[in-house]
Design a protein around this ligand. Structure first.
Ligand code: GDP
Ligand code: MG
Length: 395
């Protein structure tokens, strides 16, 4: 189980009672709930800027095509007057206190999601080629093979089982990092995650999976559809929001400034006392300058109201070594804090996880192992290495 800090709020049973109760009892229960809420409420930020209209999750869900009001000009986040855009300094962002409780969330394991490197017994003579084919990269393939040879000589290991165990330990030692857990523990709520990466990498799907996992743990989640260029992308996120019970902020029209959607998402998260806002972004930007400009603008919009806890870079494991140059481009323009490797179910080239983590010097935090809502896991060097050296039936 992972321990995380979330907002303390009236218990779920109380909310359920509210829904079931008759009008009269509902009113009483509501008073009770709002009393309870007052105890844990933090100060509301000042009024919203012009068109950054807050929408409750349910309203937002129903608001498939909100009428574009002619007067409500889209707010340009960069030009919002300071007094209208609540500008939280670090000290003003709520810090850990009684409003926050430590909770556990179920661990999602890699299980059988990683394919073994070996179809027959482990032979050190073949290892370098096997690692190369699995996308470990040239340098790592040579080093790991040499390390295993040395370790085998030192320990006298010769059997297949002994060699697999040695290789597993060697991989774990090289992959273990202190910072591979999601940053959901500093108690400064709402947490904000930005999710970046090229189109098709699996950003929206990953957000859906995360939202479901958090909602299952009774976290209040708000999603932001800041990939505003394709209506289909927004609808896709809305479907995930519905499936996971999360709130969503949609753009008011196609192509709306992504930064203003990001701003509104955080604003709604604050207004609803949500625990976390997760912002989906577009990956279709033409060049590095566009990308830098857009992500920078989104970041500044978020930081007017909250801190950013994670910038997760989503990478498709099936794109192999190409993924590395793509990933480098993103790490140069966004302050990436962690990697999500998707589609590990679709590749025998699991070594890409190793290569990415080493070459970018960033922790792989999550992996995607399928298209389903539960098909993801928290990266664990131990489980990953075990999967790579596993002896599966038939090998
Ligand atoms: P985005 O453009 O980065 O938002 O990517 P999407 O979330 O739309 O995903 C693109 C495609 O990849 C979709 O068909 C997803 O179902 C699929 N996908 C995402 N994650 C995984 C994964 O872990 N495994 C598999 N097999 N497919 C995935
Ligand atoms: Mg998407």
């Amino acid at each position: 189980m992972f321990k995380f800090l979330k907002r303390l709020r009236a218990k779920k049973e109380e909310a359920d009672t509210l829904e079931l109760a008759t009008a009269e009892t509902a009113e009483k229960a509501q008073t009770k709930a709002s009393e309870a809420k007052q105890v844990i409420d933090k100060p509301e930020p000042s009024a919203a800027p012009a068109a950054a209209e807050a929408v409750s999750p349910r309203e937002a869900d129903e608001h498939k095509n909100p009428p574009a009001s002619e007067n409500a000009a889209q707010p340009d986040i960069e030009s919002l007057p300071q007094e209208e855009a609540p500008d939280f300094t670090q000290e003003e962002i709520p810090t850990r206190d009684e409003q926050v409780i430590e909770v556990e969330l179920p661990k999602r394991s890699l299980g059988d999601g990683i394919r073994s490197l070996f179809t027959s017994s482990l032979d050190i003579e073949d290892l370098e080629d096997i690692l190369l084919l699995a996308d470990f990269g040239v340098e790592a393939s040579v080093e790991i093979t040499e390390d295993l040879r040395r370790a085998a000589q030192k320990t006298g290991a010769t059997s297949d089982a002994e060699l697999r165990l040695l290789l597993k330990d060697l991989l774990v030692a090289r992959l273990n990092r202190e910072d591979s857990q999601l940053n959901l523990s500093d108690g400064k709520l709402p947490y904000v995650f930005l999710v970046v990466g090229v189109n098709g990498a699996g950003k929206t799907t990953t957000i859906g999976k995360l939202a479901k996992w958090l909602s299952d743990g009774e976290w209040e989640v708000v999603l932001g559809a800041a990939d505003t260029f394709r209506a289909a992308a927004v609808d896709q996120l809305a479907t995930w929001a519905e499936r996971s019970g999360a709130g969503i902020v949609r753009p008011e029209r196609d192509g709306q400034d992504p930064a203003s959607v990001a701003y509104q998402t955080v604003e709604l998260a604050i207004k609803n006392d949500a625990d976390i806002a997760i912002i989906d972004t577009a990956g279709r930007l033409q060049n590095k300058k566009d990308l830098m400009d857009e992500l920078g603008k989104i970041r500044r919009a978020v930081e007017k109201q909250a801190q950013i806890n994670e910038v997760l870079l989503v990478i498709d494991a099936t794109t192999g070594q190409n993924a590395i140059s793509q990933a480098k481009a993103f790490t140069e323009v966004a302050d990436v804090t962690g990697i999500v490797m998707t589609k590990l179910d679709g590749t025998a080239k699991g070594g890409i996880v190793y290569a990415i983590q080493k070459q970018l010097d960033l922790p792989v935090k999550l992996v995607g192992v399928g298209e389903g809502i539960n098909d993801f896991a928290f990266f664990s060097a131990e489980e990953f290495a075990k999967g790579l050296v596993a002896r599966k039936p038939g090998n």
